[in-house]
Design a protein around this ligand. Structure first.
Ligand SMILES: [Zn+2]
Length: 227
């Protein structure tokens, strides 16, 4: 599905038929396993903050407080102008559901192709894939909240819990977590990753690296079930 986002569809009607189904499934449908819910039970009542490169917003669907989330790479649930002519984003749920419902033979009706309300150019998803990514008002507010959270935690006992971060964009979560752990002697670093759970020598004594499935491990954490 991720690769499909880069496919050169021949027409906008085909492109949006594919994208609307992709967004409906990944952004507006809850994930099939209770991994996010298990994580929420672990952090609820604590001073936590979520930094994510995921754009499916499953954290929000699972009930995480939106004010404690920073989705650095965008949101499948937002449109932006493809140029972009302005630094605005628009909620797309209604448009996406309509495109998914009204498509026939892998095409949406031409009149449903979304256009920028400001300049009339085609819309695109608010995803960081090139330098046209719009950092809208919500993005900036979330960035500021994350920054303020980090300021408050300086020198305090902090767990930098890294879940499923690979080497695609390590500069966003992994490297900063290593650096902040190194800079704060009271901090610890924990990493759960299937296949590449490790930490640099400098923070090894304060690191916990677990090679495994996040869902399996969280289920074993002994977090009391909510029901
Ligand atoms: Zn525009």
């Amino acid at each position: 599905m991720y690769s499909g986002g880069f496919y050169p569809f021949k027409t906008p009607e085909e492109r949006w038929a594919w994208w609307s189904r992709m967004i409906l499934l990944n952004r507006y449908t809850r994930a099939p396993k209770p991994v996010y819910e298990a994580l929420l039970r672990l952090v609820e009542g604590r001073e936590y903050f979520v930094l994510t490169t995921n754009v499916d917003h499953q954290f929000q669907l699972a009930g995480f407080d939106k004010a404690r989330l920073f989705y650095t790479q965008g949101d499948y649930g937002l449109f932006q102008c493809s140029r972009p002519c302005c630094q605005k984003t628009w909620d797309n749920e209604e448009a996406v559901r309509k495109m998914a419902a009204e498509q026939r033979v892998m095409k949406i009706p031409a009149e449903l192709v979304p256009r920028c309300p400001v300049c009339g150019r085609p819309m695109t998803m608010n995803l960081r894939c090139d330098d046209r990514f719009v950092e809208g008002e919500g993005w900036h507010q979330a960035a500021a909240r994350y920054e303020a959270f980090l300021q408050r935690q300086q020198g305090r006992r902090v767990l930098f819990l890294e879940l499923g971060v690979g080497m695609n964009t390590p500069v966003i979560i992994k490297y900063p977590f290593w650096r902040m752990t190194a800079q704060n002697p009271s901090a610890a670093y924990a990493c759960i990753n299937q296949g590449s759970a490790w930490a640099p020598r400098e923070i090894a004594e304060r690191s916990i690296c677990i090679n495994g499935d996040i869902g399996d491990l969280l289920a074993q954490c002994g977090a009391p079930a909510s029901d």
